[in-house]
Design a protein around this ligand. Sequence first.
Ligand SMILES: Nc1ncnc2c1ncn2[C@@H]1O[C@H](COP(=O)(O)OP(=O)(O)OP(=O)(O)O)[C@@H](O)[C@H]1O
Length: 264
Amino acid sequence: MRVLSLEGITMQFGGLTAVGDVSFEVKEGELFGLIGPNGAGKTTVFNMITGHYKPTRGKIYFKEMEITGLVPDRITRMGIARTFQNIRLFQDLTVLENVMVAQHHNISSGGQAAKWFLKSVTRIGYAAKEREMKEKAMSLLNVLGIEGLANDKSGSLSYGAQRLLEIARAMATGASLLLLDEPAAGMNASETAQLVHTIRKIRDDFSLTVLLIEHDMKLVMGLCERIMVLDYGRTISEGDPAYVQKDRKVIEAYLGKEWVTIGR
Ligand SMILES: Nc1ncnc2c1ncn2[C@@H]1O[C@H](COP(=O)(O)OP(=O)(O)OP(=O)(O)O)[C@@H](O)[C@H]1O
């Protein structure tokens, strides 16, 4: 079954066509990669799916329901969650609190709202509710392998751990489709290798569908089952990793000739 479907999506900013007539489908349970050079339009595609931008033209469907132009909060509640290229965590809340706040995904704005939410849950005495939220949040941190950092302030974490926390937060919304924007950015080689394993595991254990943007080609080629390549807002290739990495258009526009000899 297809989970996500984009039909002829176009996004113009004044005279600039950031994304031009892009169509693709992501099937349930798939690990789908969106790649291409800087400025190709990848994040703009994410922003249209999540309702941060309204497409100039085209339609977007999630599980056969049209979601084009719906507000981000509504789209999150329908089951789509994302991480951001520039990490967006509540830096002065703990790791555990960050995940607990994300469970209540209506509270998506500023740190004050997040603090108010946590305080009211505790003060009004929803002890059982709080305990349940804590347990769920801890189990997500466990899955991501950062449970040992639960009581640390998120601002004190390494870059790699912050990226994992962002994934935990996206999962905490109860989403069935995760959009990950450069999840390996800032990670070292061993963290990246572990991330491949983790993304596969959460896909399997939580029956998720994952759409990701990434510049680390080893991760993309080793993890994704299908890949779409954008260049100047247009689709230049789509297929499995074996096909895409041999496609001359992709090598010329993005991977470079050195990929052919050393990349694999
Ligand atoms: N809000 C905006 N207003 C004007 N131009 C924008 C806006 N958002 C994106 N763009 C432009 O759209 C084009 C595509 O940008 P986008 O961020 O989607 O690329 P990208 O493929 O994600 O790049 P990168 O790999 O560097 O993150 C760029 O030329 C960018 O400057």
